[in-house]
Every structure is written in structure tokens, then in C-alpha cells.
Design a protein around this ligand. Structure first.
Ligand code: GLA
Length: 721
């Protein structure tokens, strides 16, 4: 047994966290801006000491990392248990700290035990030195001789200072992912629950709490994200003392987790971070954490190839000649990876049949996929293939042979959801079947990339025994991805679920890219991509140039705008390339070259979102050493003032001189297509190629000309020696 310290202090570059452990439970006394050794734990504990109050308990119940009903805590507990037997009932459990292991400077494990009820609770915390991201998880072990059910086990409950009183939450739907809402917190709980069995479009597992005036570059903000791709519950509860406690954890269905004697449940990991420089810094911290700790180093180091995806070009109408033509056009434009999306397996002529039968459709491809892949490889592009492994259509050979392989809740009829059911991956035979089918195709064909889709919720998540199975299904999906990765380490995998319905750090531990949204409308994408950027770095963000008339919004947008928006993610295109006019083709080619030239900067740099009002979108990416940067400006709608707001950059080195180049739109002579009004000469030429100090660009900023709505400008800045 290690000697038990009275307190634990963890420091990272900009943050400190202090836990007091001298009492019965581990209590967070401080988490925020880095403090020096001048500040003692005793000072902090005294300062936050709660006073006696009239009409309340003489001493408040302990607010531990897992606040408990059994300890007198009357707001939402961090752990809810029940058991059938009434001997030492588990609902009132109250484990006490027994041991603290902290053999790493920035991590600790706290082991608490309830000796009477024979329950062990383990809290694991780690504060990442470089990125200020705190990871937390809670594990519960049943040491009893009888079983018990876990109803809720938050990854942690974290009290926040009372001036952190505002919430930025996430909402959305298919094709409108990562939308944000803002609200001021009142007494009671802000709760988001996801019961869809996949991360979901509408309740992204992220939350930001902040002080009233926090903006992109100032003010305090705390960010939270649950790394889990199943059900979840996020909660920010302001109790009667005025204190807000944040909890994130897996939402467990009734009876979903029953722990037999000796069994353990571990919560998903909560990723949390604090910034005292606003939202942009908070995002940068999460981005760096993902880059350094979650993504595979192999993917992180390789340049992300330009994608071509066939979905919006041909949907289910596959034909070798057409595909070869598209491949030729793609190669000509500079594409590096060609992804065949859906439609390639037997019976898949629409979305009503075929899922589950993971073999090549010999009607569409009499000689299999090899001739197409060879053609693509000869054009110097790699080949990727779409799968939706977790699903089966009732109209498929697989379902006809194994109708019992699906998750269901008989006799309830299945909700119709894209004509498909969810396979029960907790069954070893289903897991093995899927692995074998995917493994065989990856072994026989030169497939270097998988788009892993998942197009329905788990509406009937019962296994063959009738038990709820979302938790185990999620674990099985992770295990299947991992098994495929181990067998084919060079194959990259994209996480897609009807667009961005499965974007979280849990799935990212097993995948390499996220399909952000099916919505390729550049104007809507700017908003979706902004929401995505709070927790995810640019290189993960699949971003495709869509058709001239967007298939989802039917908005008609110029190529200059459609292309520009994709530069700041993992760029690709998804349209019938045969529709391109010569000038569109030239513009697209130009953007592809820019992407290739600047992808390293975009995929390793620091994102700076700029507060620029509702009329425009403004952000930039600055290299870590501040030697170069790209800034994007899009006018979304006309302004009432003659000239748009001054464009003030951020993140540059104040006293370095930068050469400013306007690299988008592509232009000839002195004309700026789509960005000048009535041919009036703008001052853009005066700015282009000039040298400016970082501080002048950040403090004063650029006066932009009057532009037409939907125009986009991209500035490239290079520090001068
Ligand atoms: C989902 C995906 C799309 C596409 C289709 C194919 O909707 O989000 O990108 O792959 O499935 O059916």
C-alpha cells in the first residue's frame, strides 16, 4: 500500500488541478489557470469552504469526483446502483479513499472502497503536460457475492467556479451536424441524452461552459467531450448553492450493465480542458491532444491525399466505363485517392437491398473490382471502398440465411430506418463473419482505404437473450475495427454515420478520418465545419467540393466558393466531374494545387476562429512557429455598412513582418472573379504582395472592399527573414 497523500496537485503547461484526499472522498478544490507553489492546498481548501446556511445542512455533503446519495449528496449522483438483495443495499454505497497511486507527475489513480457493501471505485486522472487536456474515468467493481446493476456511472463529476455560468451546447440533425446553441445557466440541470446507439447528429457528446463574456480569444472556458460512440448523457447542474457540477458518462439502458461478483464496469473517458484565452485556445488544446495522443502516428505523419468520392456522381448506377472516365478526370484534376461509395455489392441498386452481402456484384463488375482498381492505380491514385458492416438489409442473402443475427426487441416490429437492421455484433459468429468478409476483400484487392458507414440508429438494441446491448455492441465495433487494423495496418479508415453521426474520440482511436456531413453546400459547410472545429483538428475533417447544384439544399454556388471551403480540412470532391465547365475545372485544379502546397500547414497548424459577426465567416491557420499562415474570409450575406468589418487576424508573431498574398480566388490580370462588385476596382491589388507586421494585421487589420455575398478570399502570409 502506498502512503496516502492529503492532496494531489497536477500541473500542465497552463493549467493546475488540485484534489484534496484527506477526507473520505477525493474532492476537486481547484482546476483552472496554472498556480504557483505560493498557493497551498490549505489556502485553496479554506477559500472554497462552504458556510453554514439556514435551512440547509450544517455541513454540505461531500462533492467528490463521484458525488453519492449515500454520502448525503442531494443533486444528481455520480453513480447509481441497485441490487435485488436487501442486505447492505448498494444504492446507498459510499466508498472511502483507501489508496492513491501517483507514480507519474501528471497522473494519479484513486482507489476507494465501501467495505460494508463491498464495492470498489477507482478514479483515474491524467493531465496532459503539453496540451492541458485532462482525462478522467471511473471504474466500479462488484466485490459482493451477489450481482448488482449499474444505472449510471459518470466518468467524473467536476464542480466549476460560479462565474462559469454560460453554456455552449451542440445540436443538429442529418446534414446539419455540429450546430451550436448558447444559453445562460439557471438553477437545475442542462441535460443532453443520446439514446440512438451511435454518437448521433443531434446530441454531440461535447459541451463548453464559460464565463459571460468569453469569446474566441479571451475569457475563461471549460470544454468537455466524452470519447464514446454509443449512448451518452451530458449534464451541467447548478445546485441550490449556486455551484455548477458537470457530469458526462455513458447512458445505460435499463438493466444493461449487471455486474456479477468480481465484475467491473469502466466508464468511457472524459476529455476536459480549461482555457483562460477563450474558445480558440480551448480548441487548440483539444486538437493537439488528438494529434499527439489519439491518432495513429502513421496517419498523423502522412500527407492527407486529395479524395474523389463517387457517391453524388453516380449513386447506385455503377458502370465500369463511367467509373474509368471519372477516374481519368479525377487524376487529371490532381486526385490522389479514389473512393467507390456504396452500390458495388450484389443487389445494391438502391438503398433497399444488399447490405450484409460483402462480395463484389458480378452483374455490375463481371471481372470483379480488380480492373477498376488497376485502372485507378495506373493513374497513380490509391483506391478506397465503402462498407456499412454493422447493417443488413432484410433483402439480402445474409438476412435470408440468418434472420436471427439482428438486434431486435420481439415482438415489436422494427422501426423502418433506411430499410435496414442492425447486426448483433456481440455474437461471435456475426463478428467473425464480418471480419472474414472484409479481411478477404482487403487481402484480395488493393484496397487502401475504407469508408466505414453506419446509417441507422439502434432503435431495437436487444440481443438474442433480450438484454440491452448498446454498450457491448459499441465495444464490439471498436474490437472489429481494431482487428481489421491489426490485420491491415496500412489501410486507413474513415468514420461515417449518415454524414457526421459518429464523430467522437472513442471511434477516433480506431479510425483516421471523419466524414463531417453529407451536406456539401459550401455556405452551410462553413457553419458545420466551425462547429466540428471546437473539438476536432482540420486534418480529420473530410471536406468535399460538391456539385454545382447542391443535392441537399439545391443551392447553386460558384466553384470558387465550393472549392475554397474544402481547403481547410481533408480536401476532396464528390460530384460528377463530367459536369465541370473548362473554367470550373481550372479553378478546381488550382485549389487542388493550393491544397497540396499548404496541407502540411493546415494539418499541423493552430486554428484561429475569428469573431467576425453573423455576416461573414473568418478564421485562419497559423503554423506552430508562426512563420506562415492562411486566413479565410467569406462574406455570407450583404452588410448594411458599405464596407465589411475590418479583418483582424490572430495568432501571428506581433513583431514579425509578413508578406501578404491573396491566393484565392484565382485571378487573371487585375480582375478578381466573384469578389468585385460591378467591376469596381477593389483595393485588393494594393494589399497583395505587401509586407505588414503581425501586430498591424492583428491590431488594425485589413479593410476589406465591398464584396458580393458568397465571395471568399484566402490570404497567405509568410514571415520575412
Ligand atoms: C451515407 C453517407 C454518404 C454515402 C451514403 C451511401 O448517407 O453519409 O456519404 O456514403 O451513405 O449510401
Amino acid at each position: 500500500m502506498h502512503p496516502r497523500p492529503d492532496a494531489i496537485t497536477l500541473h500542465s503547461k497552463n493549467t493546475s488541478l488540485v484534489l484534496q484526499c484527506c477526507k473520505r472522498v477525493p474532492e476537486l478544490v481547484y482546476w483552472g489557470k496554472k498556480i504557483s507553489e505560493k498557493t497551498s492546498v490549505a489556502m485553496l481548501a479554506t477559500l472554497r469552504e462552504q458556510h453554514n446556511c439556514a435551512g440547509g445542512p450544517a455541513q454540505p455533503a461531500p462533492l467528490s469526483l463521484t458525488p453519492l446519495l449515500g454520502q448525503g449528496y442531494t443533486a444528481h449522483p455520480g453513480l447509481c446502483l441497485h441490487s435485488e438483495d436487501n442486505i447492505n443495499p448498494v444504492w446507498s454505497t459510499a466508498p472511502e479513499v483507501r489508496e492513491i497511486i501517483s507514480n507519474q507527475a501528471n497522473a494519479c489513480t484513486i482507489i476507494s472502497e465501501d467495505i460494508t457493501r463491498q464495492i470498489t471505485l477507482v478514479h483515474k486522472l491524467e493531465l496532459d503536460q503539453n496540451t492541458d487536456v485532462l482525462t478522467l474515468s471511473t471504474t466500479i467493481t462488484n466485490k459482493r457475492s451477489t450481482s448488482m446493476t449499474v444505472d449510471w456511472c459518470a466518468a467524473a463529476a467536476l464542480p466549476l467556479p460560479s462565474h462559469i455560468n454560460n453554456i455552449m451546447g451542440f445540436e443538429g440533425r442529418w446534414s446539419q451536424e455540429f450546430q451550436t446553441h448558447r444559453l445562460c445557466q439557471h438553477h437545475g440541470a442542462y441535460v443532453r441524452e443520446n439514446r440512438r446507439g451511435r454518437t448521433s447528429h443531434d446530441s454531440f457528446p461535447g459541451l463548453i461552459l464559460h464565463e459571460e463574456h468569453t469569446n474566441e480569444n479571451q475569457g475563461e472556458a471549460y470544454g468537455f467531450h466524452l470519447g464514446w460512440s454509443g449512448n451518452h448523457r451530458l449534464m451541467a447542474e447548478k445546485n441550490v448553492n449556486g455551484q455548477t457540477v458537470v457530469q458526462l458518462g455513458e447512458l445505460l439502458l435499463p438493466g444493461e450493465i449487471t455486474l456479477l461478483p468480481g465484475e467491473t464496469y469502466q466508464s468511457p473517458v472524459l476529455y476536459a480542458s480549461f482555457s483562460h484565452h477563450g474558445f480558440t485556445t480551448l480548441s487548440q488544446q483539444f486538437h493537439e491532444y488528438v494529434r499527439n495522443n489519439i491518432l495513429r502516428p502513421t496517419t498523423a505523419q502522412k500527407p492527407r491525399p486529395v479524395h474523389y468520392n463517387t457517391w453524388e456522381a453516380i449513386y447506385f448506377n455503377h458502370d465500369l466505363d463511367t467509373l474509368k472516365t471519372l477516374a481519368n478526370l479525377a487524376a487529371e484534376i490532381g486526385v490522389e485517392r479514389f473512393v467507390l461509395d456504396d452500390g458495388w455489392f450484389p443487389g445494391r441498386n438502391n438503398d433497399q437491398a444488399g447490405l450484409g452481402d460483402w462480395q463484389i456484384d458480378t452483374e455490375k463488375y463481371p471481372e470483379g473490382l480488380a480492373p477498376l482498381i488497376q485502372h485507378i492505380n495506373q493513374l497513380d491514385m490509391s483506391f478506397g471502398l465503402w462498407f456499412e458492416p454493422e447493417m443488413v438489409n432484410p433483402d439480402s442473402e445474409l438476412f435470408r440465411q440468418h434472420p436471427d443475427w439482428v438486434l431486435s426487441t420481439p415482438p415489436n416490429p422494427q422501426v423502418n430506418f433506411r430499410h435496414q437492421y442492425v447486426l448483433d455484433l456481440t455474437r461471435p459468429e456475426v463478428f467473425d463473419y464480418l471480419f472474414t468478409r472484409i479481411h478477404t476483400l482487403l487481402s484480395e484487392l488493393n484496397i487502401e482505404y475504407i469508408k466505414w458507414d453506419m446509417n441507422r440508429d439502434l432503435n431495437h438494441p436487444g440481443d438474442a437473450q433480450g438484454k440491452p446491448a448498446v454498450h457491448r455492441q459499441t465495444q464490439s465495433v471498436y474490437a472489429l475495427l481494431e482487428k481489421i487494423r491489426r490485420a491491415h495496418p496500412s489501410v486507413e479508415i474513415e468514420s461515417c454515420a449518415s454524414g457526421g453521426g459518429r464523430a467522437d474520440y472513442g471511434i477516433l482511436a480506431h479510425t483516421d478520418r471523419i466524414w463531417t456531413s453529407d451536406n456539401n453546400d459550401a455556405l452551410e459547410r462553413l457553419k458545420i465545419q466551425k462547429g466540428f472545429s471546437y473539438f476536432f483538428p482540420a486534418e480529420l475533417m473530410g471536406s468535399h467540393v460538391g456539385p454545382r447544384d447542391c443535392h441537399i439544399t439545391h443551392r447553386h454556388l460558384p466553384m470558387a466558393l465550393r472549392a475554397a471551403v474544402t481547403l481547410f480540412g481533408h480536401m476532396g470532391m464528390e460530384m460528377d466531374l463530367r459536369e465541370l465547365t473548362d473554367s470550373e475545372k481550372l479553378e478546381l485544379k488550382a485549389l487542388v494545387s493550393l491544397y497540396k502546397k499548404h496541407r502540411r500547414l493546415v494539418h499541423t497548424g493552430h486554428l484561429y476562429r475569428l469573431d467576425h459577426g453573423e455576416h461573414s465567416s473568418a478564421f485562419g491557420i497559423v503554423s506552430k512557429n508562426k512563420s506562415e499562415a492562411l486566413f479565410s474570409y467569406t462574406l455570407l450575406k450583404s452588410t448594411t455598412s458599405t464596407f465589411p468589418k475590418t479583418y483582424r487576424m490572430n495568432g501571428l508573431h506581433p513583431t514579425s513582418n509578413y508578406k501578404l498574398e491573396i491566393i484565392w480566388p484565382t485571378h487573371t490580370g487585375d480582375k478578381w472573379p466573384a469578389s468585385s462588385l460591378f467591376g469596381i476596382k477593389t483595393n485588393l491589388d494594393q494589399l497583395n504582395g505587401q509586407i505588414f507586421s503581425g501586430e498591424s494585421l492583428m491590431q488594425l487589420g485589413l479593410q476589406l472592399p465591398m464584396l458580393t455575398p458568397q465571395s471568399n478570399l484566402i490570404f497567405y502570409l509568410e514571415a520575412q527573414r
